[in-house]
Ligand binder design. Structure first.
Ligand SMILES: O=C(CO)[C@@H](O)[C@H](O)COP(=O)(O)O
Length: 220
């Protein structure tokens, strides 16, 4: 199932509810929320109060990407704030298997994130515990960066790992996703596409979502 997930990091925060409603109307499938702690990544963004505010603005699933050290401390808070999917970084999580189980215990779908430099083999032991793998196609921390092509073989590798074990797990890609990069990601095996600047930097967000989606095969 193809999903388009606008990343609100690139939205206008002075009218966040309007921005979220606009992309929902324009055909978004998820709302992607980037949580940064100024420690795991060199930037600070939003926390559970923003997730709570976005929850009130839309019925779309909220896909919450935790770019924070020791995410265990905040899983309950993000679940209570209204997250539907919580993803944690392999590189920032001390006891990954336990953390992923904790996410599901809180009634939320669980996902694991890999930085561009992190090999696919690091998640082989947790595939049964997850609903989604998020493969970063930029180094996390900022919007508007250039897509790293070298991640493409890892997308195919993760897709093969999932198929070999006959699991039903989404592969999401995030960073530098736009009309020119999305096709290669789909061909490699991704089915969930995060886009920040490619959507929010355009005046007509409905057209932006439509244009991105139109590049994909089986795009319903
Ligand atoms: O997680 C991140 C950045 O760390 C992303 O979600 C960005 O927000 C994507 O922005 P674009 O590359 O699409 O502008």
């Amino acid at each position: 199932m193809i999903k388009i997930a606008p990343s609100i990091l690139a939205a206008d925060f002075s009218k966040l509810a309007e921005e979220v409603k606009d992309v929902e109307k324009g055909g978004a499938d998820y709302i992607h929320i980037d949580v940064m702690d100024g420690h795991f990544v060199p930037n600070i963004s939003m926390g559970p109060v923003v997730v709570e505010a976005v929850r009130k603005a839309t019925n779309l699933p909220l896909d919450v990407h935790l770019m924070i050290e020791n995410p265990d401390r905040y899983i309950k808070a993000f679940a209570e704030a209204g997250a539907d999917i919580i993803t944690v970084h392999v590189e920032a999580t001390r006891h990954l298997h336990r953390t992923l189980q904790e996410i599901r215990k809180n009634g939320v779908k669980s996902g694991v994130v890999l930085n561009p430099a992190t090999p696919a083999s690091t998640i082989a032991h947790v595939l049964e515990e997850i609903d989604m793998v998020l493969l970063m196609t930029v180094n996390p921390g900022f919007g508007g960066q250039a897509f790293i092509d070298a991640v493409l073989p890892k997308i195919s590798e993760v897709r093969r790992m999932i198929e070999k074990r006959e699991l039903c797990i989404d592969i999401e890609v995030d960073g530098g996703i736009h009309e020119g990069t999305i096709i290669a990601c789909q061909k490699a095996g991704a089915n969930v596409f995060v886009a920040g600047s490619a959507i929010f930097n355009r005046k007509d967000r409905h057209a932006a979502i439509r244009d991105i989606r139109s590049k994909l095969v089986n795009n319903e």
